[in-house]
Design a protein around this ligand. Structure first.
Ligand SMILES: [Zn+2]
Length: 218
């Protein structure tokens, strides 16, 4: 399989020019294009968050912990003394980093359901409402971020699959076919949970009308 650096580099190398073209063609402002390039790069490491001890899981849970801490500060900064807000924010961060991350590691197996196209749809379906409700971005930007997350994560799966073909002898390693899949059919319950997350994410998302009207013009 491709390693962390390869995944990040390739995801960035594809997302950044795409985001730049969106800017050049007038689909996105400069700051939106930067968000898209970052979203594509982040997407490129999401499928490996099911690998315990991976750089991907640490990075994603650090970001998630920082997000929770930031939300706690935003919610209470005017209501409580500052030292209490900071203590709460630190507690929130630590809860995400240790008990929640530990639970997540127990519940997932590497290259299981989270390493699939269905999971990629779910990552996007979670990213859109977070971008829209938490970061207060427009519906159009939020959907653009979701699309780039999906793109980056799908590049990851394709890259893992390419790495399982040995070009020299055209031999195929045993891992072939485990990376790029619709879902893990051996884990129907986990797949169902992903479908439910997709539905909940879509339900919490703003309507994608802004993009639909842009696409209709072409
Ligand atoms: Zn992978």
């Amino acid at each position: 399989m491709a390693n962390f650096n390869t995944h990040v580099t390739v995801a960035a190398a594809i997302s950044a020019p795409l985001a730049a073209s969106a800017f050049v063609m007038g689909f996105a402002h400069m700051n939106e294009a930067i968000f898209y390039a970052l979203a594509g790069t982040l997407g490129g490491l999401l499928p490996d968050i099911d690998a315990d001890e991976s750089i991907a899981i640490r990075l994603v849970f650090r970001l998630f912990g920082a997000l929770v801490a930031g939300l706690i500060i935003a919610a209470w900064v005017n209501q409580l003394p500052h030292w209490q807000v900071l203590a709460l924010a630190a507690t929130g961060y630590l809860i995400v980093r240790f008990p929640i991350q530990w639970l997540f590691e127990q519940l997932t197996i590497h290259r299981g359901t989270l390493h699939s196209l269905l999971a990629n749809v779910m990552f996007a379906a979670i990213a859109v409402p977070i971008a829209y409700h938490v970061f207060d971005l427009s519906a159009k930007t939020a959907w653009g971020i979701g699309a780039f997350i999906f793109l980056g994560a799908t590049i990851h799966l394709i890259l893992d699959e390419l790495y399982s073909i040995e070009l020299s002898g055209m031999r195929i390693k045993r891992s072939f076919g485990t990376a790029l899949k619709l879902t893990d059919w051996g884990e129907p319950l986990a797949s169902l949970v992903l479908v439910l997350f997709c539905a909940a994410g879509y339900w919490l998302s703003p309507p994608p009308d802004a993009w639909l009207s842009v696409l209709k013009l072409y």
